[in-house]
Design a protein around this ligand. Structure first.
Ligand SMILES: C[S@@+](CC[C@H](N)C(=O)[O-])C[C@H]1O[C@@H](n2cnc3c(N)ncnc32)[C@H](O)[C@@H]1O
Length: 234
């Protein structure tokens, strides 16, 4: 890596995401490029055309998705995250990614057109009213890959807009990984499925359930508005 590029990378730190660049390891602890959720996504969507990515952090997933997709639109609410993401996409020569600085609690997603698949990893559980976003997403995407936390069975469960779940205290706007509101709502697994189905994502394929994730129970799923095409084994 050219010293000037290394300096530019460091100038933008501290980074959460770790990048392996030309034999050097730079950045933080989180190696997004080898995240198993990317593999699970590509197993189901090997060459997506238009992808919408929510809560893109520093673009670690975005640049990997952009290798296989025609185009990626990636959204995050923090200006530092978006600036780092733009830097890393430009460094890797990914000209097919657009990064948008926006708060998904209020951004009018329909202004972006439609997408073949939504990559919704690590974002939904940061929202106080996740059902609102899910309803908006159903207007612009027929399929979604979702990784999110769900309510801890030992937590106090409350009802919001007909959904059951846990109120979670967010880390504040200065935390690069947190939500934008003081609290978020983590639905129970049943309420999450109902939330998706009510919005139109009726065909739900549970990919993985991680009941012992250190931050709370988590689920990986793929959901579709139309019956998914059968995958050929050939
Ligand atoms: C836990 S990180 C997940 C990052 C990445 N998707 C991943 O899984 O590696 C959550 C990301 O969502 C962003 N975020 C949180 N609340 C948001 C909101 N209301 N609108 C847009 N982005 C948000 C944060 O800035 C952060 O980058």
């Amino acid at each position: 890596m050219q010293p000037i590029a290394r300096d530019e990378f460091r100038k933008r730190g501290p980074w959460v995401t770790r990048f392996d660049i030309e034999g050097e390891t730079l950045g933080g602890q989180y190696h997004a490029a080898t995240d198993q959720r990317l593999k699970q996504f590509f197993d189901r969507f090997p060459h997506p055309a238009r992808v919408l990515e929510l809560g893109c952090l520093e673009g670690g997933h975005s640049v990997e998705i952009a290798r296989a997709a025609d185009h990626v639109t990636a959204i995050d609410s923090r200006v530092d995250n978006i600036e780092r993401a733009r830097f890393i996409a430009s460094f890797f020569g990914r000209s097919n990614v657009d990064f948008i600085l926006a708060d998904l609690e209020r951004f009018p997603l329909t202004s972006l057109g439609t997408f073949d698949v939504i990559f919704n990893v690590g974002l939904l559980y940061h929202l106080p009213e996740p059902w609102r976003l899910v309803d908006e997403l159903a207007k612009i995407g027929k399929s979604m890959f979702l990784w999110t936390h769900t309510a801890d069975p030992s937590a106090t469960i409350v009802e919001r807009e007909g959904f059951m779940g846990q109120v979670y205290k967010e880390g504040g706007t200065r935390d690069p990984l947190s939500g934008m509101s003081a609290t978020s709502f983590w639905p129970t697994p049943d309420s999450l499925e109902r939330m998706l189905a009510l919005a139109g994502f009726k065909y739900i394929d549970i990919v993985d359930v991680d009941a012992t994730h250190p931050h709370g129970p988590a689920v990986t799923l793929v959901c579709h508005q139309n019956p998914p095409a059968r995958r050929s084994s050939l």
